[in-house]
Write a protein that binds this ligand. Structure first.
Ligand code: SF4
Length: 165
């Protein structure tokens, strides 16, 4: 989905967004009911979920020796075993849908070490290209909109002006 902004090769070398520390477990991907069924039926029949509104988060176990939780769908050799059918938040990462006051925005996570250094014009273009789709998904699934945090650069505002012009 982020073709032109982030390549599969760049993701494969990093995988930072598929691992979590205990303080950011609530930032693990939102899984819709349909995606949860697919995970259970096709990938991880024993997977447990935590309810988040109408959606779910996947339960994750820490590594034995570190405060680090790897997504159970992450294969060390192949990357995400869901491929292109991965949860929507993973498909748009490091873009995030966020609630900033009354606004719903598309913002860039400062955590992604690859995209944060890309030209702003390229990011703006990709956000503009995807905004209708991302906002439509956020309307279908309000749990996608995370509370806004300082440091997330806003590129699109739902029904509002485009940032940075
Ligand atoms: S679902 Fe796939 S892309 Fe998303 S965090 Fe898990 S392994 Fe990574």
């Amino acid at each position: 989905m982020l073709t032109g902004l982030l390549s599969k090769e760049e993701c494969a070398e990093c995988r930072l967004c598929c691992s979590f520390e205990s303080y950011d477990l609530l930032d693990t991907p939102t899984v819709t009911r349909a995606a949860a069924s697919r995970i259970l039926q096709e990938f991880l029949p024993e997977q447990k979920f935590i309810r988040r509104g109408e959606c779910f988060l996947m339960k994750m176990q820490p590594l034995p020796d570190r405060d680090l939780y790897l997504c159970p769908l992450l294969d060390p050799d192949r990357g995400c075993i869901m491929g292109d059918g991965k949860p929507f938040e993973c498909r748009i990462w490091p873009l995030r849908v966020m609630k900033r006051g009354n606004e719903t925005v598309i913002a860039l996570s400062p955590v992604c070490p690859v995209v944060r250094d890309k030209p702003r014009e390229l990011i703006r273009k990709k956000c503009a290209e995807l905004s209708a789709l991302i906002f439509a998904e956020a309307e279908r699934c309000p749990e996608l909109a995370r509370p806004y945090c300082e440091g997330f650069e806003v590129f699109e505002i739902m029904n509002g002006e485009v940032n940075g012009k």
